[in-house]
Design a protein around this ligand. Structure first.
Ligand SMILES: NC(=O)c1ccc[n+]([C@@H]2O[C@H](COP(=O)([O-])OP(=O)(O)OC[C@H]3O[C@@H](n4cnc5c(N)ncnc54)[C@H](OP(=O)(O)O)[C@@H]3O)[C@@H](O)[C@H]2O)c1
Length: 194
């Protein structure tokens, strides 16, 4: 059996006042600078040649325009039990969350991949929150009400503690298109329970 090399599993999302994240298969808001922050975060690697893995639910994958791809330093895994071929611009198709994590943790890619970024939707976030390698949640607090039909799952805020400051993450309140928002990071404080 192949050895599995532990990789950080990190969630990234923007959530509004009631933890909503989506409406009608799209983002409920237009915040281009926040989206750029998302792209900068997930494409960041420690040195040239390294890569990150991005794990997508099927609807989330298809909600992004093809013009967004390719993203530098990223290999994409799409999760679906019904698709039979890897979607255009993606690299892997897997049927469950643990299989997606194994893409990064086992040879041949375990030497290459640094971070496993979880980009939603709800079920994928839920699975990731339960994973023992999950250490950080990057949650942008969109400080407004939006009508949403998809929500970020409840999580244990005793286990995942909001950081007062986090390296590389702006601390001041941002504003775009009349919407205030704040970048936040929650860090896992213990590893035994979720
Ligand atoms: N605000 C944000 O930061 C943010 C982030 C992400 C998404 N969103 C929004 O959220 C919405 C999309 O999220 P969603 O929750 O509706 O859908 P989703 O998770 O993107 O897609 C759901 C589908 O993905 C597959 N899937 C998901 N989890 C799986 C798993 N663990 N194993 C196997 N297959 C899995 C299934 O496909 P099959 O049915 O083919 O099996 C499932 O029907 C959009 O509105 C999007 O804009 C917002």
């Amino acid at each position: 059996m192949e050895m599995s090399e532990k990789k950080p599993v990190r969630l990234i999302a923007a959530v509004c006042n009631d933890m909503g994240i989506g409406k009608d298969g799209k983002l409920p808001w237009s915040l281009p600078s926040e989206f750029q922050y998302f792209l900068n975060t997930v494409t960041s690697v420690s040195r040239p040649g390294k890569m990150n893995l991005m794990v997508w639910g099927k609807l989330c994958w298809y909600s992004h325009p093809e013009s967004m791809f390719p993203l530098p330093n990223i290999l994409h895994v799409v999760l679906s039990k019904t698709l039979s071929t890897v979607p255009d611009h993606a690299h892997f198709l897997r049927q469950d969350f643990d299989s997606a994590v194994r893409v990064a943790a086992e040879p041949p890619l375990s030497d290459l991949i640094e971070t496993i970024w979880i980009v939603g939707g709800t079920q994928v976030y839920q699975d990731a929150l339960k994973h023992p390698w999950c250490d950080l949640l990057y949650l942008t607090d969109v400080m407004a009400d939006f009508d949403c039909d998809v929500f970020f799952p409840e999580f244990n805020r005793t286990l995942f503690k909001k950081q007062e400051r986090f390296p590389g993450v702006p601390n001041e309140i941002q504003e775009e298109n009349g919407i205030k928002y704040k970048y936040q990071v929650f860090k896992r404080e213990a590893v035994d329970t979720v």
